[in-house]
Design a protein around this ligand. Structure first.
Ligand code: ROI
Length: 167
C-alpha cells in the first residue's frame, strides 16, 4: 500500500455537494482507503477569469492500485460527474488530479507525477499542507518551503471538513 494525494476541483453544478460526493466516491475505489480529506477552499479561477470561482480540496488515499490503475479510477469518477441531468454533455464539473503517488516521479504520455502545476497552485498547496504538513515532494522539496513562496491570495476555507482516519 502507498499513499497518493488527489486534487479535487469543481466550479459548476453545486461544487460544494459535488466535492463532498467525490470524497465518498474516492473512498469507494477498489483496494483503496480514504486516509484524509482537507477542508473545502474557494479560489478565484486560474486561467480564464470568465468562469465561476472554484472549490478545491485535496484527499489522501492509501491504495494498492498502480498509478495507471488509480488514474483510470479517477477518470471513471470524473466521467460519472460530467452529465448534468436533463442536459446534453455539459462542461467539466469535476477535476481529479493525481498529484503525488508515494515518492515516485512518473513521466508517461498520459500521466506526469508530481502533477506539473502543483508547486505554483495555492488551491493545491494549502489544502495539501492541511492534511500532510511535513510532506517532501519528489524533485520539488519540502512542502512548507513551496508554501512560503506561494501567495494565499483569495483562497478561503468555506467548509472545514478535515478528517483523518482514526485507527
Ligand atoms: N482554478 C482554480 N482556482 N482551481 C482549479 O481547480 C482550476 N482548474 C483548472 C483551471 C482552469 C486551470 N483553473 C483553476 O483547470
Amino acid at each position: 500500500m502507498v499513499t497518493a494525494y488527489i486534487g479535487l476541483g469543481s466550479n459548476l453544478a453545486d461544487p460544494q455537494a459535488r466535492l463532498r460526493r467525490a470524497f465518498a466516491e474516492l473512498a469507494q475505489l477498489p483496494q483503496s482507503q480514504l486516509l484524509a480529506q482537507s477542508s473545502l477552499y474557494r479560489s478565484a479561477p486560474m486561467g480564464s477569469q470568465d468562469q465561476p470561482d472554484y472549490l478545491n480540496a485535496v484527499a489522501a488515499l492509501e491504495t494498492a492500485l498502480s498509478p495507471l490503475a488509480l488514474l483510470a479510477g479517477l477518470q471513471a469518477v470524473e466521467a460519472a460527474h460530467q452529465r448534468v441531468r436533463g442536459e446534453r454533455w455539459g462542461p467539466r464539473t469535476l477535476d481529479l488530479d493525481l498529484l503525488l503517488y508515494a515518492d515516485q516521479t512518473i513521466d508517461l504520455p498520459t500521466l506526469t507525477v508530481p502533477h506539473p502545476g502543483l508547486y505554483e497552485r495555492n488551491f493545491v498547496l494549502y489544502p495539501l499542507a492541511e492534511i500532510a504538513p511535513g510532506l517532501v515532494i519528489p524533485g520539488l522539496g519540502v512542502l512548507g518551503e513551496l508554501l512560503a513562496r506561494c501567495e494565499r491570495g483569495s483562497l478561503l476555507v468555506i467548509e472545514k471538513t478535515s478528517r483523518i482516519r482514526a485507527d
